[in-house]
Design a protein around this ligand. Structure first.
Ligand SMILES: [Zn+2]
Length: 66
């Protein structure tokens, strides 16, 4: 079964262990997807964590010590 990452669009290959599954799947890009499958079909998918958090804690440059 294949699903597309909602963040980067990467096609994730899931084996048959995921045919009846509900829970998190991690993409290569670092995004966490929550999926729900039944009989090998995707019933629901949502993005639970984006790979890159919104900026806010940008590293501040070192201040000259004067
Ligand atoms: Zn991705």
């Amino acid at each position: 079964m294949r699903i597309n990452c909602l963040s980067c669009g990467h096609r994730l290959e899931l084996d048959e262990a995921y045919d009846d599954f509900e829970g998190p799947v991690k993409c290569l890009c670092g995004a966490m997807l929550k999926i729900r499958t039944q009989e090998g079909k995707l019933k629901g998918i949502s993005l639970t964590m984006k790979p890159h958090p919104p900026r806010g804690q940008a590293a501040s440059p070192d201040l000259p010590g004067e």
